[in-house]
Design a protein around this ligand. Structure first.
Ligand code: SAM
Length: 121
């Protein structure tokens, strides 16, 4: 697998030595891929609403067809916030005419985030 890592922080040297990773030291919230991709994986620590907007932009523009991303849980109103983010994604995909599968789980090993998977059908 060949990966483009959009990260404004440094990459581990051992990872770069694999030759399979291209590092783009840019802001993921403004980055646009040069061509449409299969997968986009996002693990940015930021407000869930901001990550939600990012995911909607990628999916609605067809920049990826499948994604795994984390919604980092806020301090308060956690359930309400996540429900609202997922509803925004559902509305955006439906308005854009996409058929999709979406799943969201509170995984055992990280209690501070909700892990989401979306596949465009
Ligand atoms: C939680 S860590 C990801 C860890 C990674 N999943 C791993 O297993 O090594 C979040 C990463 O997002 C990067 N990051 C945070 N805000 C960013 C932004 N606006 N644009 C690009 N990268 C960002 C950080 O530099 C950091 O490497």
């Amino acid at each position: 697998m060949f990966v483009t890592a959009v990260d404004n922080g440094p990459m581990a040297e051992s990872l770069m030595e694999s030759g399979q990773v291209t590092h783009k030291p840019e802001d993921a919230f403004t980055f646009q891929p040069a061509k449409n991709l299969d997968w986009m994986v996002c693990d940015i620590v930021d407000k869930p609403a901001r990550v939600t907007d990012l995911m909607i932009r990628w999916l609605v523009n067809g920049w990826c067809r499948e994604t795994v991303f984390n919604l980092k849980l806020p301090m308060k109103q956690r359930y309400t916030e996540v429900r609202s983010c997922l509803a925004m994604i559902e509305t955006a995909l439906e308005e854009a005419g996409f058929k999709y599968r979406m799943a969201a789980k509170h995984l055992y090993h990280d209690r501070e985030e909700i892990t989401c998977h979306i596949r465009i059908l």
